[in-house]
Design a protein. Structure first.
Length: 66
């Protein structure tokens, strides 16, 4: 599982680097992440590495790189 989340974290980082800030729904689609659980594990990974900003806009969560 750790390897799978690490690969997904790389995909999320790349997508945010190329596209700028994205909401969770679009990020899941672009990175082909199937479940919210997987995305939240990826978010935790990137937050722990201090590479991610998280903003809440109404009911949406937007992610961007630091």
């Amino acid at each position: 599982m750790t390897e799978k989340i690490g690969i997904a974290a790389g995909a999320v980082w790349t997508a945010l680097n190329e596209n700028g800030a994205m909401n969770v729904k679009n990020l899941k689609k672009v990175c082909k992440i199937k479940t919210d659980k997987e995305l939240y594990l990826v978010m935790g990974w990137l937050l722990r590495e201090d590479k991610l900003n998280v903003a809440e806009e109404g009911k949406e969560i937007t992610l961007s790189l630091k």
